[in-house]
Design a binder for this molecule. Structure first.
Ligand code: DGJ
Length: 781
């Protein structure tokens, strides 16, 4: 998988891709190729712009150049207020006159790089910045050595792969770069697995100087790609509109998305893709970077003067203090390149997450049908009401009740009690344990909601431990949802949370925990850390969170932790290791959810995406949709209910029961099916929508299990006098015969790929339909 040619060209290769970088002039680590597997690369054959004398130039040999590349700092800079009389720090012969004949040189302005350092000949954005003890901010990274590690060498709290992954053999390449002045070295890590279509990258900084320095916003990966034309695709939105598809051409300049609030956020997923302007679900090149991290991040693309795009992803708002000899490891990034559009990209990511990241236990035990109390009761929860909700849930096919917000201390609304995690005695006289027992007697499993990272100013915990809150002395704390954030950089806070959550889990015997987080950070300071370390607070917080979740999941392997952050405000691969299921959005309207689920499946397989049937009129948008469409919108995902069955009609309850029954029958198969989006914003058909007069906003997807294919079609708005909707079903076996279960019609796999099936969900708006194709075994001779 990793081969090294003459110690200078590094080729990472498996059946899915080749990724090649090489050392130029024995000094600079250049990016050479990323894409379909190739046998080899001769760098002389790669297109590159002509050099010109007005670009930055580094003579091929430093000898005699007189530039300090040897660690010699001369006299350094004057102290504040000092003056050295304008003495030139560089010797004159280092500066070639413009008209002089140019000696052979490397121009960092032109070199496609693996991990660019800004300020010493590179004018594009660097992959990091360092402020050195002398106040300077320019770095140079040069190649030093490499090592092939026959294993995964991921960072302890930030690694991604589960121990018992199914990706085959794994190797890690470490390439050491160092600043010739001797201040820092940077180890670049590249992890490749035999059967993973994804490359994992991260970086480790070492302060090799004798003084402390400041490291700013290190990227986990950076890569310079071939010239476009390109478009940028990201997933973004806001609360209740998460992960909508945003796409824009990028000809010159920069485009970035990210978050600065200590969580990945509702606004942007930690992901950015470059794609051919014509790329769709099935066609075109896509290069994507993702960050397996749950805090502030930036994903960026900068197109330079020669139209070369630089793609990078990493930390944002990180200002780390590194003492002499101290190290810092970035989170890990995932790089995926597809030659079959966004469908190919999602396919690669889903496969990788299923086989390498999501705990095996949860893959083998797909999600239970949940009934959650939030939209049924909001804060008005009690033992009796919860019990009757559970009974109603059981009668429509739910298996597990999740008691949401409102069960603890004096919590009656969102203004108090976070941190005081004991059941309200009046409303839950038997405690959570008593409630859980009563539910089990009714044949229901029990789960409950917590927001462990948070504290209400109006709480005993906050009064007892004001120092446990993230804060900046002298600054008024900004509230959001009337709450503050606990300082997870503090060991005693982590221990307190582990202890509190463990006690509740143990006492109640719960098998499910909904872990919510409802605000981003402000005044992100810590009384626990020194002045120099305040810029590390948001990152250290996330490391603290991972430690808590790691210890809890180790201690309670049978408890499923559902990730939630005001819906999908922190849905990322960093948490996926601990949370095999996410509440993807507080938006429960079936039609609004189509767009959210569509975007979410770009990155996540469907079983990870919690999508519940709620009542009508919908609580977020007041829309009224029929029960069939609400059920079918949730069915391919992690199915459940967000309603009070007692308030629903008999007809609706029957439809819900039928949906739950179907989900329970199919869920095991669903979680090993290949998920494919058939119709929606990125499908080839969408481009001609206006001309063909087809209805707007249609969505379709399928779960392809080889012998069984499950197809879902949704039509938000109808149109008059249009031709019947045909749905092409790509990727089936040509020559194999598939029979439509509902009608008995038989199709050849080739015909399904070219012509498709007709789907007709009936008259009116907000309609949907479900089709099952069964492979008959009657293949063409
Ligand atoms: C936000 C979550 O997304 C909701 O599902 C619910 O749990 C509320 N918080 C409770 O406060």
């Amino acid at each position: 998988m990793i081969s090294v040619e003459s110690g200078e060209q590094f080729h990472l290769k498996n059946d899915s891709f080749s990724y090649i970088c090489g050392v130029v002039d024995r000094r600079f680590l250049a990016h050479l190729y990323w894409g379909a597997p190739v046998r080899e690369i001769d760098p002389r054959g790669l297109p590159r712009p002509a050099t010109a004398s007005y670009l930055t130039r580094i003579p091929l040999s430093m000898e005699g150049a007189g530039v300090s590349g040897s660690g010699d700092r001369g006299e350094g800079y004057p102290e504040a207020g000092g003056d050295r009389g304008g003495r030139a720090p560089l010797s004159a012969d280092a500066l070639a006159a413009p008209e002089a004949p140019q000696p052979p040189a490397v121009s960092l302005d032109l070199l496609p790089q693996e991990y660019p350092a800004w300020g010493t000949g590179e004018q594009r954005e660097g992959a990091f910045a360092v402020v050195y003890a002398d106040g300077s901010e320019a770095s140079r990274l040069e190649y030093r050595e490499f090592e092939v590690i026959p294993d995964a060498a991921e960072p302890e709290f930030l690694g991604l792969l589960r121990q018992e992954h199914e990706l085959g053999r794994v190797e890690t390449l470490r390439i050491r770069l160092a600043d010739p002045r001797g201040d820092i070295s940077v180890d670049l890590y590249y992890l490749i697995a035999e059967r993973a279509p994804v490359l994992i990258r991260w970086a480790r900084f070492i302060n090799t100087s004798e003084a402390a320095l400041t490291l700013i916003d290190p990227a986990s990966a950076s890569v310079d790609l071939p010239v476009g034309p390109w478009e940028v695709l990201t997933l973004g939105g806001a609360w209740s509109r998460e992960r909508h598809i945003l796409r824009t051409p990028l000809a010159f300049g920069g485009y970035s998305v990210g978050s600065r609030g200590g969580a990945t956020g509702h606004q942007s997923a930690p992901f950015l893709a470059l794609c051919d302007p014509a790329a769709d679900e099935e066609h075109g090149r896509v290069y994507a970077v993702l960050l397996a991290y749950s805090g502030s991040f930036e994903a960026r693309c900068e197109v330079d003067q020669f139209e070369v795009p630089r793609l990078s992803i990493g930390l944002q708002r990180y200002r780390g203090h590194l003492e002499a000899g101290e190290c810092f490891e970035t989170p890990v990034a995932l790089l995926v390149s597809s030659r079959s559009g966004f469908g190919g990209m999602s396919d690669d990511l889903h496969r990788f997450l299923r086989e390498g990241v999501i705990p095996k236990r949860w893959r083998e035990a797909p999600p239970k049908v949940v009934i959650n109390s939030w939209e049924a009761m909001y804060f008005q929860v009690s033992h009796d009401r919860t019990l009757s909700l559970a009974r109603g849930g059981r009668d429509i096919g739910a298996e597990l009740l999740v008691l949401d917000d409102g069960w603890f201390s004096r919590r009656r609304d969102d203004r108090s009690s976070l941190g005081d995690w004991w059941p309200n005695e009046e409303r839950f006289p038997l405690g959570l344990a008593g409630l859980a027992d009563a539910l089990r007697e009714e044949g229901m499993e029990f789960g409950f909601w917590m927001e462990p990272e948070m504290v209400s100013p109006e709480s005993d915990l906050c009064r007892e431990h004001p120092e446990w809150v993230l804060q900046i002395p002298g600054r008024e704390p900004t509230l959001a949802r009337s709450q503050l954030i606990l300082d997870l950089t503090r060991e005693e806070v982590r221990e307190y949370l582990i202890d509190t959550v463990s006690t509740l889990l143990r006492d109640s015997g719960a098998s499910y925990l909904k872990w919510d987080m409802n605000r981003n950070m402000s005044e992100a300071g810590s009384l626990n850390l020194s002045r120099e370390r305040q810029g590390e607070v948001m990152h250290r917080y996330i490391l603290g969170l991972y430690e808590i979740l790691r210890r809890l999941t180790e201690a309670f392997p049978g408890v499923l932790i559902e990730g939630c952050a005001g819906g999908g405000g922190r849905m990322d691969y960093g948490l996926l290791r601990y949370c095999p299921r996410f509440w993807a959005s507080d938006q429960t309207d079936a039609i609004e959810r189509l767009e959210i689920n569509y975007g979410t499946t770009l990155l996540f397989p469907p079983e990870v995406i919690g999508s519940h049937v709620s009542t009508v009129p919908n609580h977020q948008v007041r829309r009224i949709t029929d029960a069939e469409t609400r059920v079918l919108t949730s069915l391919p995902f992690s199915f459940g209910f967000e309603l009070d069955p007692a308030q629903e009609s008999e007809e609706e309850r029957l439809r819900y029961l039928e949906g739950a029954r179907r989900f329970r029958e199919l869920r095991q198969r669903f979680s090993s099916c290949r998920f494919r989006r058939l119709l929606g914003p990125l499908s080839p058909e969408s481009r001609g929508r206006r001309l063909s007069g087809e209805p707007a906003g249609e969505v379709a997807w399928m779960l392809d299990g080889g012998d069984e294919v499950f197809i879902f079609y949704y039509r938000p708005l109808t149109r008059s006098n249009v031709r019947p909707r045909r749905l092409r079903i790509p990727g089936l076996t040509a020559g194999a015969i598939y029979q439509e279960q509902e009608t008995g019609i038989r199709y050849d796999g080739a015909l399904l790929g070219q012509v498709g099936i007709v789907v007709e969900p009936g008259p009116g708006d907000y309609r949907s339909t479900f089709v099952t194709l069964i492979r008959t075994g009657a293949d063409r001779p």
